[in-house]
Design a protein around this ligand. Structure first.
Ligand code: ADE
Ligand code: ZN
Length: 349
């Protein structure tokens, strides 16, 4: 018996429409990176926070990044306008509405508590606003949303432990922990003990690795942190043994093409290795990272990278399927989303 492919032939001119319409999960989005300039200025006014930019165009002009750190400096400055639970709610709600428009049916949102607690904002305030938006997403938008608490790797492991301690009263409001911020010079093993504690607590663990840092950081995220997913991971193509391991163990990579372009990880989108990752059998996914800063949400990432790399409907199917496989939802939800994906592709046949 032959099984027919779920992927019908799709005319190239209809591919962007398919990419936009297909149900998908977003697994790599920093919610503070969804803060659009207009909302930054509105919150600055609401909270009487002084910004070092006169207006939206001058803020936007600062979004000319040369590498990760040049972005992070501006990203942390932007987050300084977030003070109340309502601010965190408004930011997350704006993202979730945008995600719904892009046919995101499930998302796992990173947040950076230390960015806020260091300014005197209570962790309770941060989680209260974000969690309320996640609840409303299910009820009002029909999409599931969960939170992943990220530790800032440029800070100490002790600081990460203190943050975890503060978060424990809200343990049921986030599903996992991640590791982000300045990668080079802050290898995963720096956080081995705090991640071990998080695993004992039953939290999922993910980590940024191989964005700018070498393949060794990806090995370390797997071996020291037991990361279930690697965020970015695009440097893995430099190491064939690592590629073989990622494929064999089906460790997903949450790839963010427009982020990699804006942070000069690749010189052009057409030089991105997304196709190579897929063709090596890795569980690669497409995500937006910090959409307000990198010029596009998840569908922009899909449409622009498919155009630049000449990818087709088969790749689209694989990437959407991978997004569900890589997510932390249960098997029955994964099966439901796979069915919805099949129905969407059938409409394009
Ligand atoms: N925090 C927000 N965006 C990030 C990225 N692309 N890499 C590391 N940390 C981040
Ligand atoms: Zn990221």
């Amino acid at each position: 018996m032959t099984t027919s492919s779920p992927v019908p032939p799709v005319a190239p001119e209809r591919l962007p429409e398919l990419l936009r319409a297909m149900p998908k999960a977003e697994l790599h989005i920093h919610i503070e990176g969804s803060l659009e300039p207009a909302l930054i200025f509105a919150l600055a006014q609401r909270n009487r926070v002084n910004l070092p930019y006169a207006d939206i165009p001058s803020l936007r002009r600062a979004y000319a990044f040369t590498h990760l750190q040049s972005f992070l400096d501006i990203y942390y400055a932007g987050a300084s306008v977030l003070i109340t639970a309502q601010d965190f709610y408004d930011m997350a709600w704006a993202y979730l509405q945008r995600a719904q428009a892009d046919h995101v049916v499930h998302c796992e949102l990173f947040f950076d508590p230390q960015t806020h607690t260091a300014r005197g904002v209570a962790l309770r305030t941060v989680i209260e606003g974000l969690y309320r938006a996640c609840l409303d997403a299910r009820e009002k938008l029909g999409i599931s949303a969960a939170l992943i608490l990220c530790f800032l790797r440029h800070l100490s492991e002790q600081d990460a432990f203190a943050t975890l301690e503060q978060a424990l009263p809200y343990r049921d409001r986030f599903i996992g922990v991640g590791l982000d911020s300045s990668e080079v010079g802050h290898p995963p093993e720096k956080f081995a003990r705090v991640f071990a504690r998080c695993r004992e607590l039953g939290l999922h663990v993910v980590a940024h690795a191989g964005e700018e840092g070498p393949p060794e950081y990806i090995w370390a995220a797997l071996d020291w942190l037991k990361a279930e997913r690697i965020d970015h991971g695009v440097q893995s193509t430099k190491d064939p043994a690592l590629m073989a391991r990622l494929a064999r163990e089906r460790i997903p990579l949450t790839v963010c093409p427009l982020s990699n372009l804006k942070l000069c990880v690749f010189p052009r989108l057409s030089a991105h290795n997304l196709r190579a990752l897929l063709e090596a059998g890795l569980v690669a996914t497409v995500n937006s990272d910090d959409p307000a800063y990198f010029g596009g949400y998840i569908n922009d990432n899909f449409v622009q990278s498919f155009g630049a790399l000449g990818l087709d409907a088969g790749h689209a199917w694989q990437l959407a399927l991978n997004s569900f496989e890589a997510s932390f939802i249960d098997a029955s939800a994964k099966a439901r989303y796979r069915d919805a994906l099949g129905e969407c592709f059938a409409r394009f046949g």
